[in-house]
Design a protein around this ligand. Structure first.
Ligand SMILES: Nc1nc(=O)c2c([nH]1)NC[C@@H]1CN(c3ccc(C(=O)N[C@@H](CCC(=O)O)C(=O)O)cc3)C=[N+]21
Length: 305
């Protein structure tokens, strides 16, 4: 019996990036160019800047080309949409990610709708959301796909398990529920209006917490032995005399780790998986764009049909 309860997303992501790097080198030999990922950042949010530079570094480390575009916080919609259209038409660009959230004056749905679905490596375009909903191959949002990889690695076959997803966002909660349903889990999507949330969570064999509220999920909500995936990344206010607060998840980790069968830490859990899956999706897109789609069995940690 494995006594290691901690699901090490950092380590898993590192191995995933290793397989991606091998396939990226093969791609370059075949295509005569590197697979390319473009990231667009509007505004100067410091946390977003950190994520974007980390994505860029990991893209290059995997042998792919990284293109970074920055626009000022007050950039107008036409400028951003024009940039996306140029990237749609650029044969060196296989994947496009527009960092969210956008400044308030920009219409997120309109921006996402402008990204070509075959370059939408975030899986946010309605075309890809629809494909996921009906079980067709498409781009799946990186965070939920990363969570599913960790779950299948730990638990194997998920069929018949009770899964509770806390949170109903288009980016995590809804696609997570679709993926778990496709794995034949019995899925409950809980949210801010859910009655008696602790009681609902207590029925879960699998808990995915994606609400963005620091340490909201308590140890006594967790069924003994359940697997807990913590998607939250919340920075607490700095302690007395400190400049930066600690980063915590949506789950009270210290409490839940006592009860759970397995749990992802924050940091070092889901976060690193998000970026690794982004690179995976970009590589899948690149092979599709040269008319030589990667066979499912060649895909590292493939989890979708
Ligand atoms: N279009 C779009 N796609 C995204 O995928 C997207 C986005 N917009 N906007 C911002 C969020 C945030 N995000 C993270 C990715 C990796 C970590 C990550 O690797 N975190 C590490 C370090 C945490 C830390 O110490 O700061 C960890 O959890 O261990 C975190 C957050 C992707 N996002």
């Amino acid at each position: 019996m494995s006594e290691n309860k901690v699901i090490d997303g950092k380590d898993f992501a590192e191995r995933l990036r290793g397989s991606i790097a091998t396939l990226a080198a093969e791609f370059e030999a075949k295509a005569g160019r590197k697979a390319g990922l473009a990231v667009v950042l509007v505004g100067e949010d410091p946390a977003s800047q950190v994520y974007v530079s980390s994505k860029g570094k990991q893209t290059v480390a995997c042998g792919m080309a990284s293109f970074e575009y920055k626009l000022p916080a007050d950039a107008d919609e036409a400028t951003l949409l024009g940039m996306i259209e140029q990237l749609n038409a650029d044969p060196a660009v296989d994947g496009i990610l527009v960092q969210l959230p956008l400044p308030r004056h920009l219409d997120e749905q309109k921006v996402i709708a402008t990204i070509s679905p075959d370059k939408d490596v975030d899986g946010f375009h309605v075309t890809n959301a629809g494909r996921l909903a009906v079980g067709q191959a498409g781009y799946v949002p990186c965070t939920p796909l990363g969570c599913l990889m960790l779950l299948k690695d730990r638990l194997g076959d998920l069929s018949g398990m009770n899964a509770v997803v806390i949170g109903r966002s288009n980016i995590v909660g809804k696609p997570m529920a679709q993926l778990l349903l496709a794995e034949s889990c019995t899925v409950t999507v809980a949210h801010s209006r859910t009655k008696d949330l602790p009681e609902v969570v207590r029925r879960a064999d699998i808990v995915v917490a994606a609400v963005g509220r620091p340490e909201m999920v308590k140890a006594d909500w967790i069924k003994p032995g359940a697997t807990v995936i913590d998607v939250g990344i919340n920075r607490l206010p700095p302690a007395e005399g400190k400049t930066k607060g600690r980063i915590v998840g949506d789950v009270d980790y210290q409490g839940a780790v006592q009860v759970a069968g397995a749990i992802t830490p924050v940091p070092g859990g889901v976060g690193p998986m998000t970026i690794a899956v982004l690179l995976r999706n970009a590589l899948v897109a690149a092979y599709d764009h040269i008319g030589a789609p990667l066979a499912a069995e060649r895909l590292p940690e493939n989890t979708i049909a």
